[in-house]
Ligand binder design. Structure first.
Ligand code: URA
Length: 439
């Protein structure tokens, strides 16, 4: 290992400065990020600094400087050869298969999506895991092929590269074990450093709010969205955020293969209303960021789900990345776990809540997600919401269906689902899906 470069400031002074509520200069932040990425700073000092940031926060200028330093800590993709580039990010939810629908829609609408996507961790799913339900589909493309495919069909998705914003990977690993994940400047800089390094002109953010999300309240979600939009603007990008409800899972299905199936029906114009609405709303944001009028953008986005053009892009994309395209038109080919169990309504009434976190944890218990990076998952298991909040039920009627493999994790999943299901005597109006927008 190279010998450590001299630090212009003693690190304990930097920690002390933040601990006492001080504001870092850009040079101080760059020193910390570069030193840590190079391996010159020990984990214990960076952990102490992270806790000081967690407790004292950062100004918008500091957050932007932190993000830029993290984005510059490794490779940065040059998408300059592609037209009208757009990236999308969701802060993570349950049943959130939006990227599977939105990205081919955007390609069909004339934008270019050359995107890195993640795998699922804990109770939230990941786009790469979902797409791997299609035999042969691979997230591994050389940079050359990735860019050529994006130019040719308007859509290429690869796994997160470790060479991109490596400072984020190292900082996230420390945050995870030092109770410093839940910090607005640290979350905003983590997400946006990867988006900036990924190179797209426009970034559309879906900031989830509610029981199944990082941000529990609309005020917190809005603050996170504002921080990310400001960072992007500071870096010369177009960033638009939509705040969306995540108390209840999105759509009706959670679990990898099941979510691809629901995405395919949405691409055929036959998806659940909430999922359809969200995909159209995010597509409109992307088109508006590229200069289109909102009403015209909405009409075009709706048409892409009705006329088969988004579905055709998805089929081309699956084939280009090695997947069996016949799965797109023959849903019966997907490996859905054969075991079935149901949670029924204990009494007549109206569904008032189906806790997203409980559903996410149930999928995890069934083997459909991973607690640790690298674990194998079962793509075929999952949960179906037969009823959603606001719907009437009679006593004994099935409300949730579990798809399990040989009973693995079934008891735990049923317990989580029962605990998260609320049935009330009075009808409840379902919460609006779109809670706000931040530009
Ligand atoms: N997602 C990220 O990429 N980083 C965070 O800190 C939180 C969510």
């Amino acid at each position: 290992m190279a010998s450590p470069l001299p630090m212009p400031w003693p690190v304990p002074r930097l920690i002390e400065h933040k601990r006492d509520g001080g504001e870092h200069s850009r040079a101080e932040i760059e020193t910390l990020v570069q030193g840590f990425t190079r391996g010159d700073l020990p984990d214990y000092q960076v952990s102490a600094w992270l806790m000081a940031v967690f407790l004292r926060g950062m100004t918008p200028r500091e957050t932007a400087d932190l993000t830029l330093a993290m984005a510059a800590s490794g490779d940065q993709l040059d998408l300059g050869g592609l037209q009208r580039t757009v990236d999308k990010h969701s802060t993570g939810g349950v049943g959130d298969k939006t990227s599977l629908i939105l990205t081919p829609m955007l390609a069909a609408l004339g934008l270019t999506v050359a995107k890195m996507s993640g795998r699922g961790l804990a109770h939230t799913g990941g786009t790469i895991d979902k797409l791997e339900s299609i035999p042969g589909w691979t997230p591994e493309l050389s940079e050359e092929r990735f860019l050529a495919q994006a130019a040719e069909i308007g859509l290429a998705l690869v796994g997160q590269s470790r060479d991109l914003a490596p400072a984020d990977g190292k900082l996230y690993a420390l945050r995870d074990v030092t109770a410093t994940v839940d910090s607005l400047p640290l979350i905003a800089s983590s997400i946006m450093s990867k988006k900036l390094a990924s190179g797209a002109h426009t970034v559309v953010l879906d900031v989830k709010v509610g029981a199944g999300a990082f941000m529990r309240t609309a005020a917190d979600g809005e603050a996170l969205a504002r921080a990310m939009v400001d960072i992007g603007t500071h870096a010369g990008r177009q960033v638009r955020a939509v705040l969306t409800e995540m108390d209840t899972p999105l759509g009706h299905l959670a679990g990898n293969s099941l979510e691809v199936l629901e995405a395919l029906s949405t691409l055929r114009g036959e998806g659940p209303a909430d999922l359809h609405e969200l995909c159209v709303a995010l597509a409109v944001e992307a088109l508006v960021a590229h200069g289109e009028a909102e009403d015209a953008a909405r009409t075009r986005a709706e048409a892409a789900l009705r006329d088969g053009s988004a579905l055709a892009k998805f089929r081309a994309f699956v084939g280009a990345q090695g997947g069996d395209p016949t799965y797109v038109d023959q849903p019966e080919k997907f490996d859905v776990a054969p075991g079935r169990a149901e949670v029924t309504a204990p009494a007549a009434g109206f569904v008032s809540a189906v806790d997203a976190l409980g559903v996410g944890r149930a999928v995890l218990a069934l083997g459909g997600g991973r607690e640790r990076k690298g674990e194998a998952i079962d793509h075929g298991v999952g949960v179906e919401l037969l009823k959603k909040p606001g719907e009437a039920v009679v006593a004994g009627e099935p409300v949730l269906r579990v798809y399990h493999r040989s009973g693995r994790g079934l008891d735990a999943a049923l317990e989580l689902l029962r605990a998260g299901l609320s049935i009330g005597a009075e009808p409840v109006a379902p919460a609006p899906l779109i809670l706000g927008r931040v530009h």
